[in-house]
Design a protein around this ligand. Structure first.
Ligand code: AP5
Ligand code: MG
Length: 371
């Protein structure tokens, strides 16, 4: 088996058809044990479109009388769940007075299942059991136990055997996983920590696009654009510009830069809201933050380094002690909470930013090799 390409993404082989068949055999044995000999005619509820193949394969193996009803729901646009489950077409038959086995291709958060259980109750089903081909235990948020599970899988984006990426991939009989080789690094740290100094060599070494929101904003200010004018007063006062402005800049880069192995973000995200927006932008592409490289130096050294830079580069926000002090304050208040945010996701890595430029560079390089 080799990689497949769907739209803009590459997927590598993950679960072969033989394993899928074995898992379906096992699920069918359990369901037959529970339902063989019963006098009623249970309904298999095929949740379109994803579970078409699974339902067909499962049904062939069932040895008691059963009916099939289909329903179509959706909470996905592209690769991202919108959080809202919509009933697109109603049920193709009645479940009133019947036992229902909901047949799903995949269960992650369980949001769809919770809705289906309520729908079945409202439509007069006497019992609802849940059967799924694939289950992501790490994402599941309901108390309800899944009655029949084909296979547990990690939280990866997969296609094939009924599952799609924006409409394509359902016809493959094997299952493929997103071949996620794009890297998204965050170079984090207080003002003057050395982010800009180190970013260029890291970008070259790892073939990354370096995005410094500070540089982009200074570029807009130099052009005298509307955005630049808006940002000028805020930057020169040592305050942050509004989240939407920088988020738009970042997304624009993600969507237009080609020929790189990933991105190195410098100065973004700087607030929890920006970090959440970044997660959403990446989730739409089936991607996530690869790692945070945090450069830490004490406040006194920040001041020293910025004063030194002021003499060389003449950046307006380096000009007065008051602005520098406000940037440090803004960092502690608005940006430092991201340390805890990324510790929770497991993406956080801290590096001692004290030492020569070369020493710090080697530390960052060694860490990025590992991520
Ligand atoms: P931005 O340009 O990102 O500024 P910053 O975060 O304050 O960071 P700096 O660029 O000052 O520091 P750096 O870590 O890059 O350090 P450098 O390598 O230059 O943002 C500017 C403004 O834009 C913000 O204040 C905000 O208003 C706005 N903005 C930007 N992004 C935003 C966002 N996401 N949301 C909202 N607003 C946003 O190093 C500093 C100096 O130290 C240099 O002179 C360097 O040569 C020297 N140095 C570096 N390493 C060493 C070393 N190891 N030893 C000795 N000297 C060193
Ligand atoms: Mg910088």
């Amino acid at each position: 088996m080799s990689n497949i390409r769907l739209h803009d993404k590459s997927f590598r082989p993950f679960i072969d058809y033989e394993k899928i068949e074995e898992a379906i055999d096992q699920v069918a044995i359990k369901i037959n044990n529970d339902f063989n000999g019963s006098k009623d005619v249970p309904v298999l509820l095929c949740v379109l479109n994803g579970s078409i193949l699974f339902t067909a394969e499962l049904m062939k193996r069932l040895t008691f009388n059963c009916e099939i009803v289909c329903i179509k729901l959706s909470s996905y646009v592209g690769m991202q769940s919108t959080g809202e489950v919509r009933d697109i077409i109603g049920m193709t038959g009645s479940v009133r007075g019947k036992r229902v086995i909901v047949v799903e291709d995949i269960i992650d958060s369980g949001r769809t299942i919770a809705n289906l259980i309520k729908m079945m109750e409202a439509n007069g089903a006497t019992e609802t059991r849940i059967c799924t081909m694939l289950f992501k235990p790490g994402c599941y948020k309901l108390d309800k136990k899944i009655d029949y599970v084909g296979m547990n899988i990690p939280d990866d984006f997969i296609v094939g055997f009924g599952l799609d990426y924006d409409g394509l991939g359902r016809n493959f009989k094997d299952i493929y996983v997103l071949d996620n080789n794009m890297k998204y690094y965050i170079l984090f740290g207080p003002p003057g920590a050395g982010k800009g100094t180190q970013a260029a060599s890291m970008a070259e070494r790892f073939n990354l696009c370096h995005i410094s929101t500070g540089d982009l904003l200074r570029g807009e200010m130099a052009k005298g654009s509307e955005l630049g004018l808006k940002a000028k007063a805020l930057i020169e006062g040592g305050n942050l510009v509004p989240d939407e402005i920088v988020e738009g800049m970042i997304e624009n880069k993600f969507n237009t830069v080609e020929g790189v192995s990933g991105f190195l973000l410098d100065g973004f995200p700087r607030t929890i809201a920006q970090a959440e927006a970044l997660d959403r932008m990446l989730a739409k592409k089936g991607e996530k933050v690869s790692g945070v490289v945090s450069l830490m130096i004490p406040d006194e050294m920040i001041k020293e380094r910025i004063r030194h830079r002021a003499a060389i580069e003449g950046r307006a926000d380096d000009a007065s002690d008051e602005t520098i002090a406000n940037r440090i304050k803004t960092y502690h208040e608005k940006t430092e909470p991201l340390v805890e945010f990324y510790k929770k996701t497991g993406a956080y890595n801290e590096i001692d930013g004290i030492g020569t430029i070369e020493e710090v560079r080697d530390r960052i390089s060694a860490l990025m090799e590992k991520i």
